[in-house]
Design a binder for this molecule. Structure first.
Ligand code: HEC
Ligand code: HEC
Length: 380
């Protein structure tokens, strides 16, 4: 009898252990909700490993020198910091700053203008963008994954497919599955706010939080909710970055754009190769005049390690960002605000000390896996 209970306890223990192990990938870190996983692309360890390999494969570019990881490097918080705009094949530069892939699993629209609906769709575009990976079409990628012995083995194991049955659907599903594992929360802010650890934040950071929520009105777009904080509303706003430079040309640029009736793939190329069109922002996707110069609210998690800032990488430090907001949506206080500025952006009249506190608060949003980068950057 004794032995029977012994066995029962061991079996129950193993079952519990296995259940905990299986649950782990879907139990999110402190401060974040469960990762949304599309029904047609379930997470599997082997698929994630395949996606990791694809994400790092430079052969999927016309020069053999650029992979997704070139611009989204793990050791730089999955960005290409400190570049202001990304460098693709032959050092060609685009028009926009590379956002982090970390926590992109939570965004309901991808890219600064939200032109892509899913991580699977998003992954199609960089391969064939002339200033990113520079391929004419996706065939060279399929050629490699259908014939390279390692890929042949892995695609067969993950999808049960080989030869022509492997398409960009499987390639992008694996990449997206990998991206959905790049989740980071559990910052000092999370430990303070969601776990009640009183000493996780400094006094300056706590004052910064108050300003973030109240006088600064930051939280109206960079959301903090009851049990989670994505620091984005997944919406688009004109906060006065970039559009000032093309203000006089907006009617002409917008008119040209509407006439061209570009498809979304054409939009992808146009906005990343033409600086002036890039500044139209969400308008290029929605064609709505309300969206002129509007960009997606970016998350502020790990913001301290992903400088420079904004869709054009035009603001070098968090202090420059704060000056921009404090001026009411202009980088130089003397400049007039643009005609399409969001109603939520007005001069804040914060003191230098208050700005210090807000910056200190944003420095508390760094997850432990990236904390060493904050120190290396000297924080600011
Ligand atoms: C040459 C640099 C470069 C390469 C290579 C590159 N990206 Fe990006 N990535 C960017 C830039 C720049 C943006 C923003 C473009 C925009 O918003 O118009 C971006 C945006 C993204 C986003 C959207 C994030 C968000 O917050 O909306 C994801 C996800 C992403 N890239 C994943 C990938 C994947 C997967 C690959 C490889 C297939 C890849 N990138 C290759 C520079 C690059
Ligand atoms: C009306 C909505 C809104 C409000 C209010 C707002 N933001 Fe933003 N924030 C945005 C948008 C949209 C962007 C991206 C703008 C762009 O690139 O053109 C952004 C960008 C940023 C960035 C750069 C992020 C990156 O990855 O480059 C930081 C930092 C930031 N905001 C902090 C703040 C702080 C601090 C406050 C309060 C003082 C604040 N924001 C108020 C919408 C808002």
């Amino acid at each position: 009898m004794k032995r029977f209970w012994f066995v029962v306890v061991i079996v129950a223990g193993v079952a519990l252990f296995a259940a905990a192990g299986a649950a782990e990938p879907s139990s999110p870190p402190l401060g974040l909700p469960a990762v949304p996983i599309p029904a047609d692309n379930p997470q599997k360890a082997e698929k994630i490993a395949l996606g990791d390999k694809l994400f790092h494969d430079k052969r999927f570019s016309s020069t053999g020198e650029v992979s997704c990881a070139t611009c989204h490097a793990a050791e730089k918080g999955f960005t290409d910091s400190p570049l202001s705009v990304s460098e693709g094949i032959n050092k060609l530069t685009g028009t926009r700053n590379a956002p982090t892939v970390v926590n992109s699993a939570y965004f309901t629209k991808l890219f600064w203008d939200g032109r892509s609906p899913t991580l699977e769709d998003q992954a199609l575009h960089p391969f064939v963008n002339p200033v990113e990976m520079g391929l004419k079409d996706h065939h060279p990628i399929l050629e490699i994954v259908r014939t390279d012995p390692e890929y042949v083995k892995k695609f067969n194991a993950v999808f049960g497919k080989s030869g022509d049955a492997i398409t960009m659907t499987e390639v992008t599903q694996a990449i997206a599955a990998f991206e959905r594992t790049q989740i980071a929360g559990n910052s000092p802010f999370d430990r303070w706010y969601f776990a009640g650890e009183k000493d996780a934040l400094t006094e300056a950071q706590k004052r910064g939080f108050e300003l973030f929520v109240n006088e600064g009105r930051c939280v109206s777009c960079h959301l903090i909710e009851q049990t989670q904080a994505l620091f984005t509303d997944n919406r688009f706003h004109n906060v006065g970055v970039g559009i000032n430079d093309i203000q006089a040309d907006v009617p002409e640029l917008a008119g040209e754009f509407l006439k061209a009736e570009a498809t979304l793939s054409e939009v992808d190329v146009k906005v990343l190769t033409d600086k002036r069109t890039s500044e139209l922002g969400r308008f290029a996707v929605s064609r709505g005049f309300d969206d002129l110069g509007a960009f997606k609210t970016p998350t502020l998690r790990n913001i301290d390690v992903t400088a420079p800032y904004m869709h054009d990488g035009g603001l070098a430090t968090l202090r420059e960002v704060m000056d921009h907001y404090n001026n009411g949506g202009v980088t130089n206080a003397e400049d007039p605000v643009n005609d399409f500025l969001s109603g939520g952006i007005r001069p804040l009249n914060l003191s230098d000390e208050q700005i210090d506190d807000l910056i200190a608060f944003m420095e508390a949003l760094t997850s432990p896996e990236f904390a060493h980068l904050a120190q290396a950057a000297g924080t600011e």
